[in-house]
Design a protein around this ligand. Structure first.
Ligand SMILES: *Cc1c(COP(=O)(O)O)cnc(C)c1O
Length: 354
């Protein structure tokens, strides 16, 4: 029995409600289901319908299941980028997206900003703006007002948003952008190995203009299969099934959003008062609600991490530039109040003598 409590920001704690659905999937033969069968189509319809309802995705947006957020970076670069895209980022995931895009389109532009700053919101002449709504590497986030301003300031540009570590945790306003994606091993609290890709009608029109058909995962190909509630290749049927069963069991997203916001402000107040560690992000308005980044010197960090292991608590390691200077706490909805209390007690005692 694994009794480690995971605060890792992905892969992260899976909702305990998933366990009976895993067994059910086996017993119902879903693990061996042919993905061109009517039974698969029914499950796919249920999952997509549940997703649209529970996250308030606009009716005319398309929802597709792909393999990962990383694949979404590739799909956007292949199928939605005419010559170049503009990447606005302050951390490692936004930068990785830019790096992948740049390999296909050397003229891609990077607009970097600091973790305690709001990003610029007007990008001149660009046809595609790429934003990381929740930067998992450093615990910063863009709020919906910022996305709205970006929308207003950039005419006809397509906007693509990486919401991998916030979707299904906080309430997103999907009308504010054209492409959204997230892999499911973060706030969805599902097993790793699948991502959700969401596209506005304008994104699909852009894909038609660009007309990329060179890849198995060209967006037009994904969309054409999606129109028939199918997938281009054998998908992660188990995860699609788990999503179809789990989402209807969870509270409404506005309820989850409220819990996440309350817990985030609790974490920020609580950590702000401890000895020997600080919040990585000093400016409260740029802090993430779902990933809390904590700064400490390397020695303190090693001590806290090893004590945490002894106590069966898994903290997120630092990431990118902050690898040896920070740890991260996932504030994802699958985590329970009891687990949060245990981590608070642990942090209180481990920092007492720092
Ligand atoms: C985890 C993460 C990714 C990568 O997700 P994969 O499923 O491993 O491809 C991309 N972007 C952000 C913001 C993430 O948190």
């Amino acid at each position: 029995m694994n009794n480690t409590i995971s605060f890792y920001p992905g892969p992260s704690k899976v909702y305990p409600q998933v366990l009976p659905f895993l067994q059910e999937a086996y017993l119902k033969g879903i693990l061996s289901l042919n993905h061109r069968s009517r039974e698969f189509t029914a499950i796919n319809i249920e999952a997509i319908t549940a997703l649209k309802q529970s996250l308030y995705i606009p009716d005319d947006y398309g929802v597709y299941f792909v393999s990962s957020a990383t694949e979404c970076w590739e799909i956007i670069a292949q199928s939605l980028t005419a010559e170049s895209s503009t990447h606005v980022f302050n951390g490692a995931f936004g930068k990785k997206w830019f790096d992948y895009a740049q390999r296909l389109h050397p003229e891609c532009k990077a607009v970097e900003f600091g973790i305690d700053e709001l990003p610029p919101t007007a990008f001149g002449n660009t046809s595609l703006i790429c934003l990381t709504q929740n930067e998992t590497s450093n615990g910063t986030a863009l709020d919906m007002n910022t996305l709205k301003t970006v929308r207003e300031n950039n005419g006809d540009a397509l906007i693509a948003v990486d919401a991998t570590s916030s979707m299904a945790g906080i309430q997103l306003e999907f009308e504010l952008a054209d492409v959204w994606y997230a892999s499911v091993q973060k706030c969805f609290g599902l097993p790793a190995g699948m991502a959700v890709l969401i596209c506005s009608p304008k994104a699909i029109e852009r894909a038609e203009d660009i007309d990329d058909n060179k890849h198995y995962n060209s967006l037009l190909n994904i969309h054409a299969n999606g129109e028939k509630w199918q997938t281009t290749h054998t998908p992660n049927t188990l995860n699609i099934y788990l999503m179809s069963r789990l989402l209807p069991e969870l509270p409404e997203i506005e309820v989850t959003n409220e819990i996440i916001e309350e817990r985030a402000s609790m974490w920020y107040d609580f950590i702000g008062q401890l000895n020997g560690i600080q919040l990585l992000v000093k400016e409260s308005t740029t802090r993430s609600k779902t990933v809390i980044a904590v700064e400490a010197d390397t020695e303190t960090l090693e001590y806290i991490k090893s004590e945490a292991r002894e106590n069966n608590i898994l903290l997120g390691r630092g990431y990118g530039d902050w690898l040896h200077k920070s740890f991260r706490i996932a504030n994802f909805p699958a985590i329970s109040d009891i687990e949060i209390t245990m981590l608070k007690e642990f942090l209180t005692s481990v920092t007492k003598n720092l």
